[in-house]
Design a protein around this ligand. Structure first.
Ligand SMILES: [Ca+2]
Ligand SMILES: [Ca+2]
Length: 327
């Protein structure tokens, strides 16, 4: 797989996560326009598409409070396996379970009102387990040995939040890689998660816009609004939309995810969707993906350029977005 999940909260919502708490704000962000704002008793949960035993996770963290409470947890079902909190000097520490036995402690005191890029490499095993913690790209703490505190042999959920005291923080640029695949199988290394919105109608506009007029203008707003929308009444209608370019600072691209917010009717086709990119005049469409009954996010991740090789800034900037209705 490689890329398991990413979110920079750039849709202006935290609904890319599976259970949500807190809000999304523009007042703080590490990149783009938004970050999540998470307060006492609020948690953002991400359920992994499949259980894993090893993972690389990055997230950007900023707090205005001198809290030492647990703010990140890896779990299996309802069992917490490993967590990150702070010691009395506000240095990060990686603990067993939820704030249990300390595996290792960082060296950098986490200051208030500063963004930090935190990365965790976690390999779960009775023997040969690995914990490595990085802050802003620097290795801060390591542990090797038994990282499997109980009977669970894998993990399937990540969550960010807090339960005690004045613990509010902002979260941004969440990236999760596993160790499978040719690419995206190690440290994310400080990636920024950006959103490229539609900004032009492409060479095929077969869906019906409401209101009539330009198609892209129905689907270019953040957060998503159903006041204006595109609709496909039958199968195999292709919509092509131009996209914004990457920010000028972008020098490389590690993955592209094509996102579609939408829903289906209860019985009538189309019930499915293909997502893809038009690159160099060729269309690269996904397999059929089921549409939800209530508005939700359907995504298709491309970790490498479907033309071949890794992504480049120019390839992404030259790509158009494809959505095709399917029975
Ligand atoms: Ca962001
Ligand atoms: Ca809309």
């Amino acid at each position: 797989m490689g890329l398991v999940f990413m979110s920079g909260f750039e849709w202006g919502t935290n609904r890319e996560f599976d259970q949500v708490g807190g809000s999304v704000v523009t007042s703080q962000k590490r990149s783009g326009n938004y970050s999540a704002d998470i307060g006492n008793g609020q948690w953002l949960h991400k359920v992994l598409p499949q259980p894993l035993t090893e993972v690389y996770i990055q997230f950007a963290y900023r707090t205005g409070w001198g809290s030492t409470a647990v703010f990140f947890v890896i779990s299996k079902g309802g069992t917490d396996l490993v967590s990150i909190s702070k010691d009395g000097n506000y240095r990060l520490q990686v603990c067993s379970g939820y704030g249990g036995t300390v595996y290792c402690t960082g060296v950098t005191p986490i200051q208030q009102n500063v963004w930090y890029l935190i990365e965790l490499h976690f390999k779960m095993a009775d023997a040969g387990g690995i914990i490595e913690l990085r802050v802003d790209g620097n290795l801060e703490a390591t542990f090797s040995g038994d990282t499997k505190p109980g009977a669970d042999a894998s993990f399937d959920k990540l969550r960010w939040g807090a339960t005690t005291g004045a613990t509010s923080f902002n979260l941004d640029d969440v990236v999760v890689f596993d160790t499978a695949g040719e690419v995206n199988n190690g440290w994310p290394g400080g990636l920024k998660v950006v959103l490229l919105k539609p900004n032009a109608d492409g060479g095929s506009v077969q869906w019906e816009p409401t209101p009539t007029g330009s198609h892209f203008a129905c689907v270019d707003e953040v957060p998503v609004s159903a006041t204006d929308y595109l609709k496909a009444g039958t199968a195999d209608l292709l919509e092509v939309l131009g996209l914004e370019d990457l920010p000028a600072e972008a020098q490389s691209v590690k993955a592209v995810r094509l996102d579609f917010w939408g829903l289906k009717g209860s019985i009538q086709p189309p019930q499915n969707l293909q997502l893809g990119g038009r690159i160099g005049g060729n269309d690269y469409l996904s397999a059929d993906k089921a549409l939800p009954l209530a508005q939700g996010l359907v995504s298709h991740a491309l970790e490498q350029n479907p033309v071949g090789g890794n992504w480049s800034v120019s390839a992404v900037n030259g790509m158009e977005f494809l959505a095709k209705s399917r029975t």
